[in-house]
Design a protein around this ligand. Structure first.
Ligand code: HEC
Length: 359
């Protein structure tokens, strides 16, 4: 008996036979794709098996999506959710997931802790579908600030999502910390009606004296005076950033920021610091048993003690045994209100100065 099983297994796994199996599956798939009236749901287990194996083998390929789309292969919904959660935004996988699995599948994917929520939300944001928009907008009001921000970013990715953000803004329901980001995203919408409505509901953050700032793309066209900009830097930025040997070492050094960030990105970094937080500078709020409260980022983290860098540049060491609360901040340690302390010209001059900071 053993002997026979062995022979059968060996035969099954012989490379030539495997290839033959694959070739047969491929033939079946190519044939059914050509048949106009093929009905997947009522097809034989053998055909379904061949299609299933082919899908597993070609996950994420064009044929993969085509097969699922044509035959509405419900058993692939979990795989689609995974594809939509992997590193990059995947509009194709998300659209099929919503079309075939609907609300149930979206909720299941969100509940799956193994998947990357941020990528999944971004993928979902590209699906211009009321169910997807409804679920994303649910996060906007939620307690989870990171999810709220990810959802706002995702919603800005489709026309239906943009309308939803606009309605939140117009009804006053948009959380304060999301306003600058949403204003920036919607003021860059390709739809002039959205741009016009957002300019009323959610003016871009105003600079000193209540002057409204034009959209970032327009700011990036302007040129300023770098010497004047340096003075603004000394006033507003020096307390947290070094340029060369000068300044306080808290945020990342700006010595070569002109090489790293283009004009648009420099404007965004100042107007909406929460948009992208530099790696390693994520803020934490820490409370010790002695009632001491510290806000800063983790400069070192060991078993016995952690080092927290606080505004002003001091490095404070806390014994891990003393830590009572250690919560990540949902916002950047760089304040979003700095633009309100300068005029539009100050801002343009400041960015001009930053572009000169190069190797
Ligand atoms: C209270 C401290 C603080 C002040 C004041 C401050 N920043 Fe920052 N800044 C930070 C921190 C912390 C980060 C890193 C976290 C982040 O990326 O949001 C940062 C990040 C940045 C970045 C992104 C750097 C990179 O390498 O990507 C730029 C650009 C920047 N700041 C410019 C400025 C400018 C210009 C000013 C003055 C108008 C300023 N900052 C004022 C704390 C500050």
């Amino acid at each position: 008996m053993r002997f026979f099983t062995g022979i059968v297994l060996a035969a099954l796994f012989a490379p030539s036979l495997l290839r033959a199996d694959e070739a047969r599956d491929k033939l079946i798939v190519e044939t059914v794709l050509k048949l106009e009236s093929f009905n997947y749901q009522s097809s034989s287990e053998k055909v379904k098996g061949a299609i299933g194996r082919y899908l597993t083998k070609n996950r994420g390929s064009e044929e993969y999506y085509e097969l699922i789309e044509r035959f509405r292969v419900e058993s692939e919904v979990a795989s689609l959710a995974k594809l939509a959660s992997e590193k990059e935004v995947n509009p194709r996988a998300a659209a099929l997931l919503v079309a075939i699995g609907g609300e149930v599948a979206i909720k299941a994917a969100l509940g799956d802790s193994g998947s990357s929520r941020a990528s999944f939300l971004m993928s979902l944001g590209t699906v211009n579908d009321p169910v997807a928009v409804e679920i994303l907008s649910g996060f906007l009001k939620g307690k989870d600030k990171v999810a709220a921000r990810d959802s706002a970013n995702a919603l800005a990715g489709s026309p239906a999502g943009q309308l939803c953000l606009l309605e939140f803004a117009e009804s006053g329901a948009l959380a304060d910390e999301l306003k600058n980001g949403v204003a920036l995203a919607l003021s860059a919408s390709v739809d002039p009606a959205i741009r016009s409505r957002v300019s009323k509901a959610l003016p871009l953050p105003s600079s000193l004296g209540g002057e409204l700032l034009p959209p970032v793309a327009q700011l990036a066209q302007m040129r300023g005076d770098a010497n004047k900009g340096k003075l603004i830097y000394m006033r507003a930025c020096f307390t947290c950033h070094k340029v060369g040997e000068k300044g306080i070492d808290f945020g990342p050094a700006l010595t070569e920021i002109g090489d790293k960030l283009a004009r648009e990105a420099l404007y965004t970094a100042i107007i909406d610091p929460n948009e992208a937080i530099s790696f390693g500078y994520e803020g934490f709020s820490i409370e010790t048993g002695q009632g001491r409260k510290l806000i800063g980022y983790l400069a070192s983290e060991g078993d016995q003690e952690i080092g927290i860098k606080v505004p002003g540049g001091a490095l404070i060491t806390v014994q891990t045994s003393e830590i009572k609360v250690k919560d990540p901040l949902s916002v950047s340690l760089m304040p979003a209100s700095l633009v309100a302390t300068m005029s539009r010209d100050d801002l343009v001059n400041l960015v001009e100065y930053l572009t000169t900071l190069k190797k």
